[in-house]
Design a binder for this molecule. Sequence first.
Ligand SMILES: C[S@@+](CC[C@H](N)C(=O)[O-])C[C@H]1O[C@@H](n2cnc3c(N)ncnc32)[C@H](O)[C@@H]1O
Length: 196
Amino acid sequence: MNWHIRKFNIIAPIYQLFFSYQSDYYSEKIKENIDYLNLKKGSKVLDLGSGTGAFAKGWQNAQFKVKAADAAPAMIKKCRENGLDCIEADLLEGLKFEDSSFDIVTAAYLAHGLSFEERKKLYKEASRIASKLVIFHDFGDKENLFINIIEAIEGSYYREFIKSVPYEMESFFAEVEKIKINKWHNWYICKVDDRD
Ligand SMILES: C[S@@+](CC[C@H](N)C(=O)[O-])C[C@H]1O[C@@H](n2cnc3c(N)ncnc32)[C@H](O)[C@@H]1O
């Protein structure tokens, strides 16, 4: 297990303290955007880097069929306790899902924690597995000093990421749209090439 995953394994119990708040917030945002995105309830969703399962729970609450995946065993345990179907998988090693096997692939706060080379793997895998959309919930391009300090302590790629989204995603998807979720966060809605 690399240091990035080990770090999440250690902080899983702390993450769990925010699960209810986070999943309620995500549920509200999903409800607000579901019609605009023309998403059908009952569609299959794969949530990557699920952590304790807050984003996945939001989709499950909105009646989607959800599978969660994470690489940190302690996160997976919490995710299952939170009522999600969660598997252990490291996306950097390639995911064992068939092409187009989910309608939608989602990932919240996963991309900015990865290096550019790792993000390219994420975009490639997500676009391979999704048949319609990939949705990234992550930081927007407005820099925030407080987030900057926290993310620097965490050793994430926050500053590099916010400077190159959504442009860095464009070569992996047919279309990328940005939806403002709040002052500091966006959804990056990535349409997958029609493979039919
Ligand atoms: C910042 S947390 C976000 C958790 C959750 N999506 C949320 O919004 O609360 C990032 C998660 O991504 C997972 N992760 C990081 N790198 C990963 C990888 N290569 N494969 C799978 N999961 C990964 C971590 O274990 C962690 O649970």
